[in-house]
Each structure stands twice: as C-alpha cells, then as structure tokens.
Design a protein around this ligand. Structure first.
Ligand SMILES: Cc1ncc(COP(=O)(O)O)c(C=O)c1O
Length: 389
C-alpha cells in the first residue's frame, strides 16, 4: 500500500495531548485495574429533558430534512442575541454579530485560519486549552506564551510582553473562567486587554466556555460587557458545558463584525451549518427557563467545596477555583506534574491531567475535573488519603 505524505500543515499539528492521556488510562484499565477518571472535562450529566424533547419534535419537521441555510437559521441567531441581552445586557445584531459554530473547538481553529499568516504572532495563555495551538500550527504562525501564574491571579501580565511582540501580534486567546486554573477575570483586566488590543491592532478571542459556571455568588463577566470589546474581538460561547450538550457539537461566536464575517465566509466553504432540528433545540435551551443551568452550577459548586476542603485537610497545595469545573492542584515537593500523575494512577488508581500538558507554566500542577458525583469524589479523597506522598 502506498504511504501518502500529509501536507506541511498537517505535519505541523502538535500531538493531541488528551488522546495520549486517554490511552494511558485505557492501558491501566485493560490491565484489570479500576480507576477514577478525574482527568477529563466531559460533562457527566445528560442534556436537560426539555432540550432533548425539542430536538425530537423538531426532527419530524420536513423543513429540517433539507439543507439548512449556509450560515444557520435566523431564529437561532436571534435566540443567541436575546440570550446575550438577558444574561449580560449586551446588544448584538443577530445577522452581523453572531456566527453559529459546529462546536467551539472548530471555531477556535477557524479563527487562526481566518486571521493568521505564516510568521504572525498569536499570544497564547500558558497554561491554556491545547486546541488553541492547532490552528496556529497549521498556519505556520508563532505562539508567544503569556504565563499565567499564581502571583498574578492566573491573568497574563501584559507589561511583561515586549513592544516588539505586541507589534507583531495579530491574535490573542483568552479564557475566563479558565481551563485549567479555575481563575476568573475582572473588569479592569478586560479594560486593560481592550486598551492594549486597540493600541497594537490585536484581535482578541475570548473563549467563554465556562461562562455559566461561576462560584461564591460571582457571575463570570462576559468580555462583551466591557465597553469597546466589540471593537477589538469576539467571544466564543459553547452549549457543551452550560447545557451538558458536549456531544451535540454546537457553539457560537459573537462580537466584532469583521471577525464574524470572515468566520462565516470560511464556514461557507467547510459546512452547510448544522442539522436544523438541533438549531431549534439550541434556541429552546437559550430561550426557555435557565433553572437547569443554575442547578448545574450549584452541583459543581458543591463538588468543588467537597474536593477543595478534602484536599486542604490532607495538606495539599490547592488553588481556590472561582469558576469552570476544574481544580488546579500543586504537586507535592519533589514531583514533576507527570511524575505525580503517574504515581497517583499507579498507587491509588486516580487519573488526573498533568499540568505541563497545558503549557510549560502548567508544570508543578495537575488538573482535577469536577465531572464526577459527590460519591465518586469522596472515594477519590479516600484514595488521596492512602496515597504515599
Ligand atoms: C476552554 C475550552 N474551550 C473550548 C472547549 C471546547 O468546547 P466545544 O465542546 O464547544 O468544542 C473546551 C472543552 O473542553 C474548553 O475547555
């Protein structure tokens, strides 16, 4: 059989960190061991019933059996604009400032394809969600890490970025509530971001995947709530986490018109939007009661409290997570991130994500997901208790 050589763009793609992780867990389980998976960010609960019912009913409508409009149905774009108005008091023009995406993972790669040329700089949170790297690599652009460290509340320190780098930068990725650190952004940080982006013509991409999951009575801030945000960027919002719809693959981008236009042009060549019945169910999710979201948020907060208090009692260096569903745990002295993760799996069957997989500044941490029941988290804490540091 011939061996065909992939394009340079494909050859530049980094190894998929999560794929490698999962295969480690599989091998462990295949060897007859029982593990608790705290390593992934896959919502553990089903999509709320009223959203599933909406899909079922809509699936019977022949209109949705035809090709949908290239850029999605207007009713969904209108529902997204209504949602942003209700949740964040942000005004959006549904036809010019909203793009429907087949999952935010795809949208995040498309943004690099739409705005980066070879050699351009993309400012990248480190640690950060690894899928930001993929599009940058495909375009042969350059990643400039923005370290997220505890001393700076896991927000980038813009003053540490040289003037030369600022001038070369075309895109900046941000994500609050943050995966993997659990940090949230404040208004003054977003104001500074807008100021820098304006001065240096940088397009800001704010990944708001965990927008619905904020703790301690603080609702996470949308980037678009801050005046001037639309001038300099977009926010990416996924239905995956807010409504446990990760398998449905539906998200959207909102904000700067020129960015939305470029994304839609690119998507016109890739897709023909999403199954119309899914779009109708997504509109149901956004427009009907948000009680299911509040219930989910409370579930994660209860789990966070349980895990963080338990780990503190065992004298672990654990960061208070203010949002997202991740706990960022400092590894005990003498361990690397991967060494600690391997040892946790070997000794007590706990599977966590080593922090270095999210960038070099993730070294010294592991990420623990809150996507398990309280009962399973209690079992995990028992295992931590027996772990020989
Ligand atoms: C920060 C962040 N952005 C984006 C995504 C991808 O979400 P989607 O399901 O919309 O592709 C994830 C999923 O884990 C995430 O953690």
């Amino acid at each position: 059989m011939k061996q065909f050589t992939p394009s340079h763009a494909v050859n530049r793609l980094p190894e998929q960190f999560f794929a490698k992780l999962v295969s480690k867990l599989r091998t462990y389980e295949e060897n007859g061991h029982d593990a608790i998976n705290l390593g992934q960010g896959n919502p553990d609960q089903p999509t709320p019933d009223h959203i599933v019912s909406s899909l079922k009913k809509a699936a019977e409508k022949p209109i949705y059996h035809k090709y949908p409009p290239f850029q999605g149905f207007e009713f969904l774009k209108e529902a997204i604009a209504t949602y942003y108005k209700r949740q964040y008091d942000v005004d959006l023009d549904p036809m010019k400032e909203v793009a429907i995406l087949p999952g935010s993972k795809t949208g995040l790669v498309e943004l690099s394809q739409a705005f980066l040329n070879a050699g351009d700089v993309a400012l990248m949170p480190d640690p950060g969600y690894p899928d930001y790297w993929s599009g940058v690599a495909m375009m042969d652009a350059v990643m400039e890490p923005m370290p997220l460290v505890k001393e700076h509340d896991f927000l980038p320190d813009y003053s540490a970025i040289s003037e030369e780098t600022w001038n070369k930068a075309k895109l900046m990725f941000l994500n609050y509530p943050n995966n993997p650190t659990g940090a949230v952004a404040n208004r003054s940080f977003f104001e500074e971001t807008i100021d820098r982006a304006n001065r240096h013509d940088v397009c800001v991409v704010h990944d708001f995947a965990y927008g619905a999951i904020g703790f301690d009575g603080e609702k996470p801030l949308s980037f678009l709530q801050v005046p001037g945000a639309k001038d300099v960027g977009v926010e990416i919002y996924t239905m995956s986490k807010t409504y446990n719809m990760a398998g449905w693959r539906i998200a959207f981008a909102v904000g700067n018109q020129s960015v939305i236009q470029a994304l839609e042009l690119l998507q016109d060549h890739y897709f023909c939007s999403l199954f119309g019945a899914e779009q109708e169910a997504a509109a149901t999710a956004l427009l009907e009661s948000q009680q299911c979201v509040e219930d989910l948020r409370q579930t994660y907060e209860t789990r966070r409290n349980l895990l963080v208090e338990g780990l503190k009692a065992l004298e672990y260096d654990v960061q208070p997570c203010h949002g997202s569903f991740f706990v960022w745990l400092g590894v005990p002295e003498g361990y690397t991130s991967e060494g600690f993760a391997d040892e946790l799996l070997e000794q007590v069957g706990l599977f966590v994500a080593p922090g270095n997989g999210f960038g070099s500044h993730g070294e010294g941490y592991v990420r623990i997901g809150l996507n398990n029941s309280e009962e399973t988290l209690k079992d995990a804490l028992q295992r931590f208790k027996t772990f020989q540091k």
